[in-house]
Design a protein around this ligand. Structure first.
Ligand SMILES: [Zn+2]
Ligand SMILES: [Zn+2]
Length: 296
């Protein structure tokens, strides 16, 4: 796909990054232009919130870049009203939750994607830290991860939970089904009323499938959890990537609607509006081949 190829679906893409995070390319404007060229229904810029307290220039912007980021996306909101949203992807880490909460509360984001990228001090989705998988019990990793995602849901800080089963990124699967743990997580997410994204980046990681997997999506759908769509684009040409596949996945899980976010003119977080889920029911959607993993 390139930026000029129009998508089969006109969903908004709420998960995109920019060069500010140190491991992506392009300005917010480039992502908006790519989304328009592709015919998407909207574009949310959601770059990584500065990591607290241990800033890594390859993982997020620094705190002093945050104001410029916000101003730049807000200018795009004015130029493209009802199309561009100001979002952010924030890490959920128990040890920083109060600082992150205070920071998020002071800033005018339309929505916040909450993501778990760390188990304690271990950045489990960072290709630079993969050796740790050999040191740990894989089932324990998954259980600890699900527990943290449930905590993130219940924190009340997040609009959308990012890549819900990210822990599968490198293909490390649990040795048993973990059905009980999964049921508990889905129940916590549903009770918290938070949205879950269908994130197509996983199709291009070693695991080779979108986040979350169909089985989890079915459970989420049955529990009444609404979904958004995100490419997790780290380059403008990745905006809206594989959304045909994502729609087919959502429909296979039983979804007939998705959650659209509507910015509030007076400020505050966006309002969630259910929208009918469009066409692609034909087939499973294209299944791309995975390549190397991006840092996060
Ligand atoms: Zn990233
Ligand atoms: Zn992420």
């Amino acid at each position: 796909m390139n930026t000029l190829e129009r998508s089969d679906v006109n969903l908004p893409d709420y998960h995109t990054h920019t060069a500010r995070c140190g491991h992506a390319s392009g300005r917010p404007r480039d992502y908006v232009e790519a989304a328009l060229a592709r015919g998407l229904g909207g574009l949310g810029v959601a770059d990584h919130l500065p990591l607290l307290p241990d800033r890594d220039p390859e993982l997020s912007m620094s705190a002093c870049e945050l104001n410029d980021y916000i101003t730049e996306v807000q200018e795009l909101k004015v130029r493209f009203p009802d199309y561009v949203l100001l979002g952010v992807e924030a890490d959920y880490r128990p040890q920083t939750i109060f600082e992150v909460g205070a920071l998020l509360g002071s800033l005018p984001f339309d929505y916040v994607i909450g993501s778990v990228h760390h188990l304690g001090g271990w950045g489990f989705d960072d290709p630079r830290q993969m050796d740790e998988y050999a040191e740990r019990d894989i089932d324990d990793i998954w259980i600890e991860y699900f527990e943290l995602v449930g905590d993130a849901a219940e924190s009340g800080l997040f609009t959308i939970l990012g890549h819900l089963d990210l822990v599968k990124k490198f293909g490390y699967r649990p040795t048993r089904t973990l059905a009980g743990e999964l049921d508990r997580l889905v129940e916590r997410v549903a009770r918290a009323g938070v949205l879950v994204e269908i994130n197509t980046a996983g199709l291009h990681r070693p695991v080779g499938e979108a986040y979350p997997t169909l089985d989890i999506l079915r459970r989420l759908c049955a529990a009444g959890v609404a979904v958004t769509f995100g490419s997790d684009a780290h380059r403008p040409q990745e905006v809206g990537r594989d959304f045909d596949h994502a729609v087919a996945l959502a429909q296979a899980a039983g979804y007939t609607e998705f959650a659209s976010l509507v910015a509030q003119p007076g400020g505050g977080r966006a309002v969630v509006r259910p929208e009918p889920l469009g066409p692609p029911a034909r087939g499973r959607g294209r299944r791309p081949s995975p390549s190397t993993g991006a840092p996060r």
